[in-house]
Design a protein around this ligand. Sequence first.
Ligand SMILES: [Zn+2]
Length: 97
Amino acid sequence: MLDINMMTSIDNLDDKDLRKLYTLIGDRIPPSVVYQLKSTKCRCKKCKKGGKGHGAYWYAYFTYKGKTHCIYVGKEKREIKPLEELEKKKIRMGGKK
Ligand SMILES: [Zn+2]
């Protein structure tokens, strides 16, 4: 819980500590997600002729640790948990970090 003592101690921090705290907090706050409905274009005839593309599908965009991420949601819009999706994506990419 954020109490008055904590607020006072924050007031007493210097720039260096504040920056540290900011990074610490930033890593813990789940990013806010923006959902967008988009149609995708591929190399098929219709798309090449300037068609509407396929879909439309939902994508979720969010910024985390200074990077913007795009997560494919699907045809149905659903709320995603950005950090969990990021973990899944990492696993899919085959990266161990
Ligand atoms: Zn196509």
